[in-house]
Ligand binder design. Structure first.
Ligand code: ZN
Length: 688
């Protein structure tokens, strides 16, 4: 396992198979797909950043990398993907094997390029969208959390505010002393043209002909934009006074009814406004939602309280009347946001469901953040919001405007990506006919991404057979190249290039090599994403059966046993905990959905779909750590036997943490020992 962690520390990638099954048949027999979990902008302390543009293959556009074969005398490099011979340009004239450019250093398989002149200084944009159909107490929590957040915003960032309930209110923050708002009906979708019209963007100048309205660059004046998006340094006062005055939605709600809440309309107004003002630049819509949408195209339930909110059973039986309409609406919104390059973050804080299941598509395709809590007063919400803006070592490293591209050796195709991104529909020879997740493309948009965002790439091996089977040589290599363009938090555009090489094997005798290269943790994380995805899109899919069959096939291919002798069965240590992962996955919140609401399931899956292998493994199989006086912290078995009087147990299930005090420890705590200085112990904090 250690060598897989080393590879991850170098390139931010974990692959299920680090020795790749070399033919289509072989790959099918291996059951777990050839796949990678890649963290595109994982932070590395010493990543080289080159101040010039990358050199590209003139045939396939892949970037020069340490696996390229270089002829120093002829000043030529051979592309490992398409074998094209490329001439080095004049600025590389002095290269030799003693004088290599950084991108050819063998250890620099992951490297960044920062092109001079591309340093854009577009400020980040935050559009707050606030639900006002919440009780006074929640309102107070939300206001206080927000005014704290506003204090943390970078001074140059632009800020806008929309509130909604029965109606949508767009606040004109740049309008002097008197608060001014524009009001939209909650029951009707608003197009960008209607919005521009109604908000009198063209009041002082002739309206451009229809079809040309596209935003800042060719229509709106900066004064028009500054009415709704103000620099944080200038609007703090205005924003805080609007928040102070902000009232709960004034429309009366009969006792047998839900409040009229037009979440979707408010979000589409926000999207249209950003589309008009700042298309193409990094902007986030941050939605704070405190209850179910009941009004307009995004309604998930009627206003009538006698109608319950859809459950998994209703979705299973296809009897959730509003579901498909709402999902379709959010698919449209997702498309618009991806086109504009904008992110939707969702802070859902309510005891009820709010419609996370329907909103999922828009949050996930745009790479938005999702937080689910019971109240705006809950620490999960407050701490999460603070972390979005905090700039410390523990910040999220939010970036925007990402584009992810991939190159591979010709015997590999890409089935798709499971994770927070949207297809850019760049079709080509690299695309597999079978698609998984965002497929049928070799380029993806990542409107929002952070240093932890992890994509799951699923590959297909297409090589039919090997010409001289049985002859294995070390030159049997597959190459992968991942290219991520993104706007660094400093504002400049960067290109990160990760190039990987993995040996492939085929034919008799290859099984030991495959076993040696199997990363069971990465495989478990991939299977968890895959089973969740299949449960969402395949109507008759039976996840338990599918997982069981997977495990049986893996064991019969890679286990050691004599026929008809069960006790002879053994698995290599490389596979030894994989069955346990599958066991826990079967019982996990990703598969056993009926214990949870559709909103909770959507939330769990969105988090799974963006997390690293290590975090996914904890979600699947909780870790139990035992603390005692006799030894340092040590992992304990998930079993009642782990409980002892003089131990503290810490159960980390990722979404929840449970701390259990043994009876002696509990008594000590009752006696207040931990507050007495003579019992003070210095603990070494364990930082992951
Ligand atoms: Zn090439």
């Amino acid at each position: 396992m250690a060598e897989f962690l080393e590879l991850e520390a170098q390139d931010g990638v974990r692959m299920s198979w680090n020795v790749v099954p070399g033919t289509k048949q072989e790959a099918t027999n291996c059951v777990v797909p050839v796949s990678a979990i890649y963290t595109p902008i994982k932070q590395f302390p010493n990543i080289p950043v080159l101040p010039y543009a990358p050199l590209r293959c003139r045939n396939c556009r892949s970037v020069l990398n340490p696996f390229s074969i270089v002829d120093f005398a002829a000043k030529i490099w051979i592309c490992p993907f398409c074998f094209q011979r490329n001439h080095f340009p004049p600025q590389y004239a002095s290269i030799s094997d003693e004088n290599l450019p950084a991108e050819l250093f063998p250890q620099y398989t992951t490297i960044e390029y920062q092109s001079p002149g591309e340093a854009a200084s577009v400020p980040p944009v935050f559009m707050f969208v606030l639900d006002t159909c919440i009780i006074e107490e929640e309102m107070a929590f939300l206001k206080s959390a927000l005014s704290q957040a506003i204090g943390l915003l970078p001074d140059n960032s632009l800020v806008g505010l929309i509130t909604f309930g029965t109606l949508v209110h767009v606040h004109e923050l740049g309008f002097g002393q008197i608060p001014k708002t524009y009001v939209f009906k909650g029951s009707k979708e608003v197009s960008k043209d209607q919005l521009l019209e109604q908000m009198s963007f063209f009041i002082k100048k002739p309206k451009p002909p229809t079809g040309v309205i596209a935003g800042a660059r060719d229509g709106l004046s900066s004064e028009s934009i500054a009415r709704f998006l103000l620099p944080a340094s200038e609007c703090e006062f205005a924003l805080n006074s609007v928040l102070e005055e902000l009232q709960k939605d004034p429309w009366p709600v009969p006792a047998d009814q839900r409040a009229a809440r037009c979440t979707g309309t408010a979000l589409s107004v926000a999207a249209a406004l950003l589309g008009a003002c700042v298309p193409g630049s990094g902007a986030r819509i941050m939605a704070f939602v405190g209850g179910p949408s009941t009004e307009g195209p995004s309604a998930i339930v009627s206003k009538n309280l006698s109608e319950p909110i859809r459950s998994h059973k209703d979705l299973d039986k296809d009897s959730a009347t509003h579901y498909h309409k709402a999902v379709k609406f959010y698919e449209g919104l997702a498309k618009q946001l991806v086109h504009q390059g904008h992110v939707l973050d969702l802070f859902a804080c309510a005891l009820d469901q709010v419609g996370v299941a329907e909103l999922k598509v828009a949050v996930e395709r745009t790479g938005g953040l999702v937080v689910l809590a019971e109240s705006f007063g809950h620490s999960v919400f407050k701490d999460s919001l603070r972390r979005v803006f905090q700039s410390t070592d523990y910040d999220l490293g939010l970036s925007s405007n990402g584009i992810f591209e991939i190159n591979c050796s010709k015997d590999i195709k890409v089935q798709g990506i499971l994770g927070p991104c949207a297809s850019l529909e760049k079709k080509g020879p690299l695309c597999s006919d079978t698609t998984i997740g965002q497929g049928n493309t070799s380029a993806w948009k990542m409107c929002g991404l952070d240093k932890a965002t992890s994509l799951c790439l699923v590959f297909e091996i297409v090589k039919k057979d090997i010409p001289d089977a049985g002859v294995q040589s070390t030159s049997n290599q597959f190459y992968f190249q991942f290219l991520t363009y993104y706007q660094h938090s400093s504002g400049e555009m960067r290109l990160r290039v990760t190039t990987l090489s993995r040996r492939w094997v085929a034919g008799p005798g290859s099984i030991q090599d495959l076993i040696a290269g199997f990363d069971q943790e990465a495989a478990a994380a991939v299977m968890a994403r895959l089973v969740s995805f299949k449960m969402e899109i395949e109507a008759e899919f039976d996840p338990i059966r599918w997982l069981d069959k997977t495990l049986i096939h893996v064991c019969s291919k890679f286990g050691d046993y004599q026929k008809d002798n069960p006790s002879s069965f053994s698995l290599s240590p490389r596979f030894s905990i994989f069955p346990q992962f599958v066991f826990h996955l079967r019982r996990s919140q990703f598969v056993q959905v009926f214990n949870n609401s559709p909103d909770e399931t959507a939330y769990f899956r969105m988090i799974l779909n963006r997390e690293s292998v290590a975090n996914s493994v904890v979600m699947i199989q909780p870790s139990l750590i035992s603390y005692s006086f006799h030894s340092g912290p040590e992992p304990a078995l998930l079993d009642v036997a782990a409980i002892a009087a003089d131990r503290i147990l810490l159960l980390d299930a990722y979404f929840t943490v449970v701390i259990f005090h043994g009876s002696t420890i509990a008594q000590w705590r009752k006696a207040g020992y931990h507050n007495q200085s003579e019992h003070q112990v210095i603990l070494f904090e364990h930082v992951v």
